[in-house]
Design a protein around this ligand. Structure first.
Ligand code: SF4
Length: 304
């Protein structure tokens, strides 16, 4: 285990004995917070790409995206094993037979060793969990990535998430009852939140049976509700130093078994409005690690 935190690379090496790369996919799903079921505008920080690559709109099938992604990552990293990462929009928001077919399409050959499925807590029910369990029962690693962002319902309402913390707890219970792996996405720097609220989110999650976490800074993208707030001077993004401080503290609150899958966000080229430092993923990661080292922090420190 890394002395600072339990990284996803480390976790995958332990499970598969070698490097495993995630291939991001856009399978053409939508989102109940955009299609009118829960809302139309989407979350305040989301734009029409829904955190995806836009590949589905360009007409690329899941199979093609998977094959291209594998080829690229084999060349770049020498990877021989891959996880299919259903990233864009809400990837459990369809009838079970559609979900089954899309997930199956990503399993292009035996080099694909698992699925990572990003979704919203209110798009998880027993039928969805049953489909995901079928793939796990075939020997694939199956992660469900639940967007939560904050445990505070006032914040979730403010950012127009369209679900509550209680919806998240229900989804977590359904998924863990089947032994599926759950990774939670959270965001630091949401409007109306200070360090107390942000760290309370992490301390609350630390007490729950989650398996992984992804940290993101709130960055402002073109076409999002946040862009308007920012341009009107009603929102100030975190500085890189503030974000590194918060993330270093947060990791010290996490149990050692929780896999830290991500330390920063990853804006698409051309979509970022602010802050500029959101482009500097390597620098942010380094700053978090330096902050941890300077403070003598490591994952689980506050739980000892
Ligand atoms: S749930 Fe995801 S895809 Fe849907 S509006 Fe929010 S950020 Fe966008």
């Amino acid at each position: 285990m890394s002395p600072l935190y339990y990284s996803f690379n480390q976790f995958l090496k332990e499970k598969f004995g070698e490097r495993v790369q995630k291939v991001p996919l856009d399978a053409g799903f939508t989102c109940p917070n955009r299609d009118g079921t829960k809302g139309r505008g989407g979350c305040i920080y989301c734009n029409a790409y829904g955190s995806g690559t836009g590949a589905a709109r360009k007409g690329l099938s899941v199979r093609e995206q998977m094959l291209r992604g594998m080829e690229h990552m084999a060349r770049r990293y020498g990877a021989r094993k891959f996880l299919a990462y259903f990233q864009a929009f809400s990837n459990t928001y369809a009838p079970p037979e559609t979900l089954r077919a899309r997930y199956e399409e990503a399993l292009v050959d035996e080099r694909v060793v698992g699925l990572c499925v990003g979704t919203r807590p209110d798009c998880v029910d027993e039928a969805v969990a049953d489909v995901l369990s079928e793939f796990r029962d075939r020997g694939l690693m199956v992660w469900v990535e639940l967007g939560l962002q904050s445990v505070h319902n006032e914040t979730l309402a403010r950012i127009n998430r369209g679900h509550t913390f209680e919806d998240f707890l229900t989804a977590l219970e359904i998924l863990k009852a089947r032994g599926l792996l759950v990774c939670v996405h959270i965001i630091f720097g949401l409007p109306g939140e200070g360090p107390l609220e942000m760290l309370e989110t992490v301390r609350t999650l630390a007490r729950l049976p989650i398996d992984g976490i992804k940290f993101h800074e709130l960055y402002v993208v073109r076409g999002s509700g946040m862009e308007k707030l920012y341009l009107e001077g009603r929102y100030r993004p975190l500085t890189q130093g503030e974000y590194a401080d918060l993330t270093a503290e947060a990791i010290a609150h996490l149990p050692k078994r929780v896999v830290v899958q991500r330390l920063t966000g990853d804006p698409r080229p051309g979509e970022l409005v602010a802050p500029d430092w959101a482009r500097d993923k390597t620098g942010t990661r380094r700053l978090i690690e330096e902050t941890m080292l300077n403070r003598g922090h490591y994952q689980g420190k506050y739980l000892e």
